[in-house]
Design a protein around this ligand. Structure first.
Ligand code: CA
Length: 236
């Protein structure tokens, strides 16, 4: 029998699982906790709407758990929690079928924003508050209304600038490669230079009031891409 869709939270560490469960419930989700990989596999069901999966589990390897969950509940978004920061592990996590990842320690608000973004892309099987607004620090974007704000001020963005900012915000804290941004914001068959991307990043920075030499919002990762990770507003 079909029950209420829930977030399956697979995390052995109570110090993380307890506040995270509370935050998820506070955001409107039903939560089912599994402290081990085996329990996660046993508890995944047609009612699973999203999975938050710790990579470092006591019994099974998180990547393996991810692969097996994928087979049990195909199409359900998986957000991986990882303490390992090296690119290789991140790629392994994504190769295993995780849709996104958050590196510990993470901010609860950031994890919730990522989860909302994943659910929106997946068509929102979980009955959380159906807001299309994603935000981090003082920046918010509303995909449905195609509007973006910094603090109370609405940003007048072009369509491409908006798509770029929305993508960056939805992946806040992680590095987006130039190729991935080009694919997602411009065209999957894009060929040629990424000068267009650099121009849009610089326009976006200007509209955000960002300073390239000391960016508060968009950080350039040389030779790789960009990361959106706003530092808290400086105390006035
Ligand atoms: Ca763990």
């Amino acid at each position: 029998m079909k029950g209420v869709p829930h977030v399956l939270l697979v995390e052995d560490d109570d110090g993380i699982a307890t506040p995270l469960s509370a935050a998820l419930r506070g955001d409107g989700y039903q939560v089912l906790r599994a402290p081990t990989g085996r329990e996660a596999l046993a508890r995944a069901s047609e009612d699973t709407g999203a999975i938050v999966l710790d990579l470092g589990l006591p019994d099974l390897d998180g990547v393996e758990v991810c692969r097996r969950l994928r087979a049990i509940v195909p199409g359900v978004p998986v957000l991986m929690l990882t303490a390992r920061t090296s690119e290789a592990d991140i790629v392994v996590g994504l190769d295993a079928g995780a849709d996104d990842y958050v590196t510990k320690p993470f901010r609860l608000a950031e994890l919730l924003a990522r989860l909302r973004a994943l659910l929106r892309r997946a068509g929102g099987r979980v009955g959380a508050e159906g807001s299309s607004v994603v935000g981090i620090q003082d920046v918010r974007v509303d995909r449905a209304a195609h509007r973006a704000w910094r603090g109370d001020e609405e940003l007048g963005l072009s369509a491409k600038e908006f798509d770029l900012l929305a993508l960056l915000v939805e992946h806040a804290g992680t590095v987006l490669t130039r190729e991935r941004i080009m694919e997602r914001v411009w065209d999957t068959n894009w060929l040629g230079s990424t000068k267009t991307l650099d121009m849009h990043v610089s326009w976006l920075r200007r509209k955000l009031g960002d300073d390239v030499s000391q960016p508060r919002y968009v950080t350039t990762i040389r030779g790789v891409g960009f990361r959106f990770e706003p530092s808290p507003p400086s105390p006035s």
